[in-house]
Design a binder for this molecule. Structure first.
Ligand code: PDD
Length: 295
């Protein structure tokens, strides 16, 4: 049984008890982060904590801890879950507006509920590296503030389930004929040598992986463009990728049951995937996240 952090204590995950009056449970009144760690070292922790601060501010929930206190608590969690069999762990961290009698308006006194727990991150399977994954397009039925990393994810759940039922691993969400992002990932396309991803608006989560992948692509010499991406452009894309902290950079080789280009992971993905692995391995040995020029 893994160890969780819950409101100031470390305890076995199955010993955590959450009140039915918790506003995270009743209203989805909460925000979260998923933070990867490799071999006991966090990857891009500062960026995740900055986004957490932003999400908390957006829902007007004062942060229970400052960056140093967060880091100490999450370090404690990693140490308590150290296991050579699962060296790479994703930390799921959730902060809710706490327990109060059910009423939509904020309670007078707020004591946030804080939960952090771990689950293993597995390396990208060799078959995925060789063959890529399938994705489907689906209507984006989410609310108007998808830039907040909120736990109110019902529309994402339904979109991912629709993908699963069609034999695909992810749904690419479309709003007004344009790509917003994946159900739990950011979306990229390579079009005539340019790496394109939708701009950061209220309908897109500012993905930590998205930001790193943009830097890696620039550093590798590719032109990058944050612009609206029409659904029709996906059909003629040379490559499509999906990025997230737990699934890194995934090559999409089938979209809506049609091959993407020649149906194999493309050369730009190969290069960015390699650069991403390099950034991971460098993360705890160097301050720089970027591989050498031209990698
Ligand atoms: N989700 N967009 C959405 C809607 C997401 O849920 C996620 C990640 C991303 C990618 O963000 P990042 O690169 O910072 O992980 C984009 C996490 C992994 C999850 O819900 O499990």
């Amino acid at each position: 049984m893994s160890i969780a952090y819950f409101n100031g204590e470390y305890l076995p995950l199955d010993a955590v008890r959450i009140s039915p009056l918790d506003r995270g449970f009743l209203f989805g009144d909460s925000v979260y982060e998923v933070i990867p760690s490799y071999g006991g070292h966090f990857f891009l922790l500062d960026q995740h904590l900055q986004r957490l601060t932003r999400s908390l501010a957006a829902i007007r929930l004062p942060s229970p801890y400052g960056p140093t206190q967060w880091r100490e608590r999450l370090d404690g969690l990693l140490q308590r879950n150290a296991d050579p069999a699962t060296p790479d762990l994703g930390i799921y961290l959730q902060v809710t507006r706490g327990v109060a009698p059910r009423d939509h308006a904020f309670p007078g006194e707020v004591r946030p509920t804080v939960l952090a727990m771990v689950s293993p991150i597995r390396p990208l399977p060799a078959t995925t590296r060789r063959q890529g994954i399938a994705a489907v397009t689906a209507p984006d039925q989410r609310w108007a503030r998808c830039d907040i990393k909120a736990t109110t994810l019902l529309a994402n759940v339904l979109a991912r389930q629709a993908a699963t039922e069609q034999g695909a691993q992810e749904a690419i969400l479309l709003r007004d004929g344009h790509v917003t992002e994946g159900a739990a990932s950011n979306a990229f396309a390579v079009l005539e040598g340019v790496v394109v991803t939708p701009p950061l608006t209220a309908t897109v989560l500012p993905g930590v992986t998205r930001s790193l992948v943009l830097d890696l692509a620039r550093n590798a010499g590719y032109p990058v463009c944050e612009r609206d991406l029409a659904a029709s452009e996906l059909q003629r894309a040379d490559e499509i990728w999906l990025t997230s902290s737990t699934r890194e950079v995934l090559p999409v080789t089938r979209l809506d049951d049609h091959p993407v280009a020649d149906g194999r992971p493309g050369p730009v993905w190969q290069q960015i995937h390699a650069a991403y692995q390099h950034a991971k391995s460098e993360a705890h040995t160097s301050a720089s996240m970027l591989p050498p020029e031209g990698m």
